[in-house]
Design a protein around this ligand. Structure first.
Ligand SMILES: Cc1cc2nc3c(=O)[nH]c(=O)nc-3n(C[C@H](O)[C@H](O)[C@H](O)COP(=O)(O)OP(=O)(O)OC[C@H]3O[C@@H](n4cnc5c(N)ncnc54)[C@H](O)[C@@H]3O)c2cc1C
Length: 399
C-alpha cells in the first residue's frame, strides 16, 4: 500500500490501515523536509514564536509502522498499471507499484496575481511560517489580505505581538465564507475590539513598492502602509502531479461517498485534496479542516481494505475550531449548507454566542463562540438533523 502526502491525512491513514488489520508493506511518501506536524499551530503559537517545529511534531517516522520517505515527491499516477512515480531527494522519479493507494496531498496557499515582491507572504508550511516570523521581528505594520480563518488567526497573533494590523476583506464580515455574515460580525467585533483595523467590503487593487512591498491599495481607494503583507485568500488542492492520469476534472480529487477515487481502481482520497461527493448532494465539497482529514483517513483506509462495498463517509458531524486572542470558535457541521441562522445565545459583552444554522427548518450546523459547553448538545442536534430550536432570533443567512 502506498500513501502519498505525509501530513495529518496521510499519517492517520497509515495508522488506520494498521489498526484495521493490514499487515503488508506500507509506504508513506511526503515532499516536505520534516515529519508531519500540527499545521494549525502555524498561525497560532508557532507564528508567535512559542513553539519550535519539533514541538509541533505529529508523529516521527519511528512512531509509524511503515517505510517513510520524506523529501520525496510523487510526480505521476498511472491508473491502469497501478503505479506512482516518485522522485526521492532530487533523484529522477522511479515507478512504485501499488495494490492500494491513499491520495492525501492536501493543498497549497492561493497567491495574489501580482509579480513577486519581498515582504509578501502566504502561510501553509513550516517554512512559510518561519520566514514570516523572522520578518515580523522588524516589521511593525502588517496588512492581512483576506479575512478567513487563517487571515484572522494571523491578525490575532501579530496584534498580540504588539504589531499594527489591518485586515482587508472583500465581504461584509470576517470569516463570512465559512460562517455567514451574522456570526462573522461577531468575529469582526472581536478583532476590532483588540485594535485590529478591519476593512470590510474592501478588495485589493494593487500592491505598491519596488523590490519590497510598501503599501496595499484597496478598491475603495485607500492606501495602507505595510512592512509585511500576509495573503490568506484560500487554498488550491495539490493535484498537479495527477495531470495526465485520466482522473476526471474537478477542483480536487473527485471521490465517491466512501472516498474511493472516481476513475481509479484501488485508490482512495483523504483530507484537503478531496472533492467529496456525498450521496445526497449535487456538487462535490472540499472540507479543509483538521478533524475532517482525521475522519476521512479512517474511512478511506476502511474502503481500501473492504473494497467498493464499504459504507460512505459521514460528513454531517464535522468540526473545526479557531483561536483568536482569548476567544475560541467551534463550528460543527457545515453552515454553508444552511439557509437560516438563529442566535440561541448572544452576549457581546462576554464575547459569547451560540448560533444555530438550519435548512428547511432542520439543524445543519452550529457556531459556538466561547461556548464549548454547547459542544455535546450541538453535535447531537446536528447529527440528528433535529428541528431548529424556536427560541432566540432567526434571520436568513447572508454571506
Ligand atoms: C496556517 C493554518 C492554520 C490552520 N488552522 C486550522 C484550525 O485552526 N482548525 C482546523 O480545523 N484546521 C486548520 N487548518 C487546516 C488544516 O491544517 C488542514 O485541514 C489539514 O492540514 C489538512 O491535512 P491534509 O493532510 O489533508 O493536507 P496537508 O496538511 O496540506 O498535507 C498534505 C501533504 O502532502 C504533501 N504533498 C503535496 N503534494 C505532494 C506530492 N506530489 N508528493 C508528495 N507529497 C506531497 C504536502 O507537502 C503536505 O505535506 C489550518 C491550516 C493552515 C495552513
Amino acid at each position: 500500500m502506498l500513501v502519498v502526502g505525509a501530513s495529518i491525512a496521510g499519517v492517520r491513514a497509515v495508522q488506520a490501515l494498521r489498526r484495521q488489520g493490514y499487515e503488508g508493506t506500507l509506504r508513506l511518501v511526503g515532499d516536505e523536509d520534516v515529519p508531519a506536524y500540527r499545521r494549525p499551530e502555524l498561525s497560532k503559537r508557532f507564528l508567535a514564536g512559542d513553539l519550535s517545529v519539533d514541538q509541533i511534531a505529529l508523529a516521527t517516522p519511528a512512531d509509524l509502522d511503515c517505510d517513510v520517505l520524506l523529501n520525496a515527491r510523487a510526480t505521476r499516477l498511472e491508473v491502469a498499471d497501478q503505479r506512482v512515480w516518485i522522485g526521492d531527494a532530487g533523484a529522477d522519479p522511479r515507478p512504485y507499484r501499488f495494490d492500494g493507494l491513499v491520495i492525501a496531498t492536501g493543498a497549497h496557499a492561493r497567491r495574489l496575481r501580482v509579480p513577486p515582491m519581498a515582504g509578501v507572504h502566504v502561510l501553509r508550511t513550516h517554512q512559510d511560517a518561519e520566514l514570516l516570523r523572522a520578518e515580523l521581528a522588524t516589521s511593525p505594520r502588517v496588512v492581512v489580505v483576506g479575512g478567513g480563518l487563517i487571515g484572522c488567526e494571523v491578525a490575532a497573533t501579530c496584534r498580540s505581538l504588539g504589531l499594527a494590523v489591518t485586515i482587508v476583506e472583500p465581504t461584509g464580515a470576517l470569516m463570512s465564507g465559512a460562517i455567514g455574515r451574522e456570526v462573522g460580525a461577531r468575529i469582526t467585533e472581536l478583532q476590532s475590539g483588540h485594535g485590529v483595523d478591519v476593512c470590510v467590503n474592501c478588495g485589493v487593487t494593487e500592491l505598491r513598492g519596488g523590490n519590497r512591498v510598501e503599501s496595499v491599495v484597496t478598491s475603495g481607494g485607500r492606501e495602507i502602509a505595510a512592512d509585511v503583507v500576509v495573503v490568506g485568500i484560500g487554498s488550491e488542492p495539490n493535484t498537479s502531479w495527477l495531470a495526465g492520469s485520466g482522473l476526471p476534472p474537478a477542483t480536487g480529487v473527485l471521490c465517491a461517498p466512501n472516498l474511493a477515487v472516481v476513475g481509479a481502481r484501488r485508490a482512495v482520497g483523504a483530507g484537503d485534496v478531496v472533492a467529496w461527493k456525498s450521496s445526497g448532494s449535487a456538487r462535490p465539497v472540499r472540507m479543509e479542516h483538521w478533524e475532517n482529514a482525521v475522519r476521512q483517513a479512517e474511512t478511506a483506509a476502511h474502503t481500501l481494505l473492504l473494497g467498493e462495498s464499504a459504507p460512505g463517509f459521514d460528513g454531517t458531524g464535522g468540526l473545526f475550531w479557531s483561536h483568536q486572542f482569548d476567544a475560541t470558535l467551534h463550528v460543527l457541521g457545515d453552515p454553508r449548507a444552511a439557509d437560516e441562522v438563529r442566535f440561541l445565545e448572544d452576549d457581546p459583552g462576554r464575547q459569547r454566542a451560540v448560533a444555530c444554522y438550519a435548512r428547511d427548518g432542520r439543524v445543519m450546523a452550529f457556531a459556538l463562540l466561547n461556548s464549548a459547553d454547547w459542544l455535546g448538545s450541538a453535535g447531537r442536534l446536528v447529527r440528528q438533523r433535529a428541528a431548529m430550536p424556536l427560541h432566540g432570533t432567526g434571520e436568513p443567512l447572508r454571506r
